[in-house]
Design a protein around this ligand. Structure first.
Ligand SMILES: [Zn+2]
Length: 385
């Protein structure tokens, strides 16, 4: 009998695994994967200043080729549960649609990958012609320091090598099969700080208003594009997200003004070159008229793109066979754990439809679970053919 992705997705959705809580989700996977003959490792990673997080690594087979399914069982909080059509951790089924936090991001896809693997193994005498593994973290939606980044390191230290990775993030825009993510933009945060001299607002000549400098620096940084895009990416973008002066006094010129910004950047830049570009532009705009500096936050999110090759061809053709769609190869959207995995093996992202991710009433059609399971199964059958 075929493994049932709906039953497994339902069980996973009923685990309240809001980051950093494990919520029982990894225990479900451990039980199912152990039952199918996987060697399962449960790993807790910790670091000062962050919550300890549980992770899971499971592998069947000892030889190459080795394909690994990566993913996360943690979910973002449901928000006001009263606004949900069905309770967010009930996994309610209505009209062929499965509701629940994590339905598409991304317990649903994990259920599909497990079901596809079990089906493949059932027809392969219980063992793959190589290895199948699962790299599952509980720290993707949070700060992501005790998750995939440490899991990959741990795996490397014990001699695990991976040939290819499929990450089941909700890559599709409208229908299963419309999009594969083949890379991701980088992300960099900074705070622009302009220092002035505090004073009475009626005597501006005795003060130095940092708001003037902040405004002209901000408009200079927003005026010119950072680039015009590249072969695989759209243009990089800088957005200011907050202006922080915090001055509650009406007759006071403040001594300092700050503005926070985020840059989503493509492969025209490294973090270092991007910082230099921004600081050069700020220096030119400020001249001698403003004292400023930028506090850059450390970032573990560089841009990357997975090169075309046999693995991409295999995934594309499996998607075409099952869904009849020719997937767009995209690098849009936020960051994902693919940014850590790409240092170890080629990684592609293909999962469910992302429309309701992080929203109230997150949900997936059951038909999509069936389709995705069939696609994953086809990928495995071809991979080990
Ligand atoms: Zn996700």
């Amino acid at each position: 009998m075929a493994a049932d992705p709906l039953a497994l997705a339902t069980e996973l959705l009923r685990c309240p695994s809001v980051t950093p809580a494990e919520g029982g989700a990894l225990a479900v996977l451990e039980r199912v994967l152990k039952g199918a003959g996987f060697a399962v490792h449960r790993l807790t990673f910790a670091e000062a200043g962050s919550a300890p997080i549980e992770n899971l690594y499971a592998r069947i087979g000892t030889t190459s080729p080795h394909i690994t399914f990566a993913g996360h069982t943690d979910v973002v909080p449901p928000g006001d549960e009263a606004t949900w059509r069905h309770p967010p951790f009930a996994a309610a089924l209505e009209g062929g649609t499965l509701y629940g936090r994590g339905a598409v991001d991304m317990k649903g896809a994990i259920a599909c990958a497990v079901a596809a693997s079990l089906d493949h193994l059932a027809t392969a005498g219980g063992k793959p012609k190589g290895s199948i593994s699962f790299l599952i973290t509980g720290d993707e939606e949070g700060v992501a320091v005790n998750g995939t980044v440490k899991l990959m390191q741990w795996a490397k230290e014990r001699g695990e090598t991976f040939d290819h990775c499929l990450l089941g993030e909700p890559s599709n825009a409208a229908e299963v099969g419309d999009t594969i993510k083949v890379g991701r933009r980088g992300s960099l945060n900074g705070t622009l700080v302009v220092t002035g001299k505090q004073g009475h607002v009626a005597y501006p000549e005795r003060a130095e208003n940092p708001v003037r400098g902040l405004v002209s620096l901000m408009s200079a940084l927003m005026a010119e594009p950072l680039d015009h895009g590249s072969a695989n990416f759209g243009p990089s973008n800088l957005e200011f997200t907050s202006i922080d002066i915090g001055n509650t006094t009406v007759n006071l010129i403040p001594g300092e003004a700050r503005a926070r910004f985020n840059i989503r950047f493509n492969d025209c830049h490294s973090q270092v070159s991007l910082r230099m570009l921004i600081e050069t532009r700020a220096r030119a705009a400020a001249g001698d008229s403003a004292r400023w500096h930028i506090d850059w936050q450390p970032s573990n999110a560089d841009s990357f793109v997975t090169s075309p090759g046999a693995f991409l061809d295999l995934v594309v053709s499996a998607i075409k066979d099952i869904t009849g769609r020719a997937p767009t190869l995209s690098t849009t959207g936020g960051t994902s754990d693919a940014r850590f995995i790409k240092n170890y093996c080629p990684v592609l992202e293909f999962g469910l439809v992302g429309q309701t991710m992080h929203q109230v009433d997150e949900r997936t059609p059951v038909a999509d679970l069936t389709t995705l399971t069939t696609v994953y199964r086809r990928i495995l059958d071809r991979y080990f053919a």
